[in-house]
Structures are given as structure tokens and as C-alpha cells.
Write a protein that binds this ligand. Structure first.
Ligand code: SAM
Length: 451
């Protein structure tokens, strides 16, 4: 069935939403205010799926995507929308998610733009495959909703050197008889290339993810060639991943040549970021978040005690340490905690304690020890916090919870729980960390006083 419809807004996954006789219709690759003709290819009870046939009237917010691969690559799904309007759409996405709690949508502030909208992405993860007949190596992103690779030679959202490194791998790996991974048969050595690129120094750490229990001579020789070829590649390692899984890296990384970390400057602290440590992909936008949280704490507290949970390399803990009496950071990945300890040592930060533990378990210990903190920072992965973690956070926090989230829907779920327990949401501030995609980071400030 063909329909002519007008796109009203974007869904949380970046699809256009229109209504037809009360039924919600989702359409890919459109912009709010587009009038489009679509083919309805699926009709569910509560919604239909439409495929774009033609744009009848273009939205004034449509622009020509700056990436030549935009139509085939699944990387940036909003590049056909002008950047300012992307931000407005993302604010609406956050407001829609917050709609599950009365009054919360009104708390959502304007989105803080990313300082850079090209070459902003400093962590690159390309799957590697190989063509059947000519045995050419392919490296790039998957096409939308598939595992077919778009062989990307140029990606304008990442530093230019990453294209050069990937191109070198594509051209040189066959000379070392290194095969790209074959997902169906679970064969072939090279599965992924992961690059961590420093916005501060332009230096890069390259990790070759291999389908083997240890690096063989050919991958070692190839890694050395790569290390020697680029001055700005300061370390090359392998990650061991022999599992039949979509997981890109395991926790087993072996450094082969050079350093096993890059450095990044955030709020006057030089952080160390390794292959297996979490760090935001957009360091400049991340710095805006750290500054915002620090400014809030400085303005509202005099040397508070801070619990920094889901701490990663303790970015919040380290940055907040000079406005706090004491900071305690807790993170479950040991390499992250180790790097944070090194940075605290170099900077002679004495009021920061670092623990490698599960947040929920750690919170329970804090309560059993009768300890309390003025502020708790929660920065969990996309799935959000467990209900127990939130329950404990309410018990051990005297004044404010600062909840940092990359997933508006789990943030809304967790804010619902907290407000049901009497907490009050002061503000929700979105930051654009992932330009040209539907993803958005949020910082919610939650007041626990007068509960
Ligand atoms: C979104 S990252 C935030 C990292 C850090 N706050 C930052 O700004 O760079 C989430 C972190 O939580 C850690 N993590 C995930 N589940 C955890 C848990 N149950 N307990 C402690 N840490 C956890 C992950 O390893 C990751 O480093």
C-alpha cells in the first residue's frame, strides 16, 4: 500500500514518525516536516512500517550529507538534517522519553552542541572481512540492519589519520597472508581493528582483534610493519577473541609494540586511555560535561564528599577532586582503575580513593559501614542502574544524585523510580556527544533534600 504522509518528528532510534488515521507510521531516512510517499511493508496492531518511495515536499531542514557514503553506511543516520535542527530533534527525543513521569519533560533543557561536528569521533571500531573471489580485505561499518560491510575509505566524522591506518591495513594484510574474518564459518584471523585516537596529541593506539588464542608470527610482523609505518601510531596490540559473538573485544589485550595507552587532556588533567578502558568517543563534548558538573558542584557545595560510581578511568573523580573534601570512585574493570591510580599518583591527588568492584555491592558495603556522601555521581552503561543500586544510592547520599546517561529511556525509567521514592529532578541537560546520530547524552541533577 502506498501513502502520502507528513513526518512529524523523530523516534528515539532516529526514524521519522508520521500518523495516518491514528496509526503511527515509522519511516527511515526522512526529516521532520518532509511530505513523503511511502510503501507500507509491514502492518502491526499499533504501528506500521513504511519505506520511502519519494520526497514530495522537502523539509526546510534537509541538507546534503557531507559524507559520500551516507546513503549506504549505517553510521550516521541524521546527516541529512541540518545540525541545529538535529539538536532540536534530539531535545524532543529526550522529552518524549521523559514523558513517562509527570512534569519531567518540562525539565529538559536545550542540547549543548558538540564543539566539533566533523572528526569528533576518537574511538573507531571497524569489522574486517574478505571478498570470496578476489580475497580483497574489506573494512568499514555495517550497512543498516545487516552484517554486510560498507568498505569505507573516507569517514569525515573521525580523524583523517584513521582512514590512512585502515587503508594501510586493507592493502598490506594480504601481503602477510592475513585473512579477514568469515562470520558464517568462524574462520579467518583478523576480526576487527580498533583505534583509540587522542584529540590532544593526534597519537593513536591500534588494536587488531584476532580469532586466535595467541598472536602468531605473521600478525606480529604485520603489527610491527604498521607500528613502523606511522609516527602517530604509538602502540599496536592484539585482542584475543575466538568466541562466536558480536562482542567486538574481550578483556584479553596483549601489547606488541610501543605504548598500551594514549593520553587525553580533560579539564587540565592528562588521562591515560587504554584498549580496554571506557572513555567517551567525543573528548571535547565530554569535557563540556565534566565542566558543567564541576561548575554545579562548585556553585552549590563547599568541599563536599563525592561518590563516583561506574567511574571508568575516574574521569569525574579526578576532575572533581580539587573541589571536594574526598572522592571515592568505583569501577568494575581493573585496567581502568589501574590507569586512574597512575594518573592520581602523577598529579599527586591525595583525596581520591579508587576501588575495583561492582557498584551495587560497593554501595551495600558503604551503607553497612554507616558511611554517607553529599553527592553521588551515577554514570552507568546503556542498560542503566539496577533498582537495588538506586535504592542504595538514595540511602547513602545526603544531598544530590548526578545521573549521567547515554540512554534516555533507561534514564527515564530510573528517574521514575527515584521520584517515586520522593526525590525531585532539578534539571535534565542533554549534551551532543554523537553528532549526526540519534544518540544523546544527558546529565540529570536530582535533589534528595526534604524527602
Ligand atoms: C558509561 S561508562 C562511564 C565511565 C566514566 N564515568 C567516564 O565518564 O568516562 C560506564 C562504566 O561503568 C563500568 N561498569 C559497568 N557496570 C558496572 C558495575 N556493575 N559496577 C561498576 N562499574 C561498572 C563500565 O566498565 C564503564 O567503565
Amino acid at each position: 500500500m502506498e501513502l502520502d504522509i507528513t513526518i512529524e518528528k523523530l523516534s528515539s532510534d532516529g526514524r521519522g514518525i508520521a500518523r495516518y488515521n491514528g496509526v503511527v507510521v515509522f519511516v527511515d531516512k526522512v526529516c521532520p516536516q518532509d511530505r513523503v510517499r511511502v510503501n507500507i511493508f509491514k502492518q502491526n496492531k499499533s504501528y506500521w512500517l513504511g519505506e520511502l518511495i519519494e520526497i514530495l515536499d522537502k523539509s526546510p531542514h534537509r541538507v546534503k550529507p557531507f559524507c559520500p557514503m551516507h546513503n549506504v553506511c549505517g553510521g550516521c543516520n541524521l546527516q541529512h538534517i541540518d545540525y541545529d535542527y538535529q539538536l532540536q530533534c534530539k531535545k524532543e527525543i529526550v522529552k518524549d522519553a521523559m514523558g513517562m513521569v509527570d512534569g519531567l519533560s518540562e525539565q529538559v533543557e536545550d542540547v549543548v552542541p558538540s564543539p566539533q561536528i566533523k572528526e569528533y569521533r576518537h574511538k573507531i571500531q571497524y569489522p574486517i572481512r574478505q571478498t570470496q573471489v578476489s580475497k580483497r580485505i574489506l573494512a568499514g561499518y555495517f550497512k543498516p540492519k545487516s552484517h554486510d560491510i560498507v568498505n569505507i575509505k573516507y569517514c569525515p566524522i573521525q580523524p583523517a589519520i584513521c582512514d590512512e591506518i585502515i587503508d594501510f591495513i586493507r592493502e598490506t594484510a594480504p601481503m602477510y597472508n592475513i585473512e579477514g574474518y568469515d562470520e558464517k564459518n568462524h574462520k579467518g584471523l583478523l576480526r576487527h581493528v580498533v583505534i583509540r585516537s587522542s584529540a590532544k596529541t593526534g597519537e593513536n593506539l591500534v588494536v587488531l582483534v584476532i580469532n586466535s588464542n595467541k598472536p602468531n608470527e605473521k600478525i606480529k610482523d604485520f603489527a610491527l610493519k604498521l607500528y613502523d609505518r606511522f609516527d602517530k601510531v604509538i602502540g599496536v596490540g592484539v585482542n584475543i577473541n575466538t568466541q562466536k559473538t558480536n562482542l567486538i573485544m574481550t578483556d584479553k589485550t596483549i601489547s606488541l609494540y610501543g605504548k598500551d595507552y594514549i593520553e587525553e587532556d580533560i579539564c587540565n588533567i592528562t588521562f591515560k586511555i587504554g584498549a580496554n578502558t571506557f572513555f567517551q568517543v567525543n573528548p571535547k563534548s565530554a569535557e563540556n560535561i565534566f565542566r558543567y558538573v564541576k561548575n554545579y558542584i562548585k556553585t552549590n557545595f563547599e568541599t563536599p564528599t563525592i561518590l563516583d560510581a561506574y567511574a571508568g578511568i575516574s574521569a569525574f573523580g579526578l576532575v572533581m577532586s580539587d573541589v571536594a573534601k574526598k572522592v571515592v570512585s568505583v569501577e568494575e574493570v581493573k585496567p581502568s582503575v589501574d590507569l586512574a591510580k597512575e594518573v592520581a599518583g602523577v598529579n599527586r591527588i591525595k583525596n581520591l580513593e579508587l576501588y575495583c568492584e561492582d557498584s551495587e555491592k560497593f554501595f551495600l558495603d558503604v551503607i553497612e559501614n554507616g558511611q554517607k556522601f553529599d553527592i553521588t555521581i551515577l554514570d552507568p552503561p546503556r542498560k542503566g542502574c539496577t533498582e537495588k543500586t538506586l535504592e542504595y544510592a538514595l540511602k547513602l547520599t545526603k544531598s544530590k544524585i548526578i545521573y549521567v546517561s547515554c540512554n534516555p529511556s533507561t534514564l527515564a525509567r530510573d528517574l521514575k523510580y527515584l521520584t517515586e521514592q520522593g526525590a525531585k529532578v532539578e534539571s535534565i541537560k542533554p549534551f551532543d556527544m554523537f553528532c549526526h546520530t540519534n544518540h544523546i547524552e544527558n546529565v540529570a541533577i536530582i535533589n534528595l533534600l526534604n524527602r
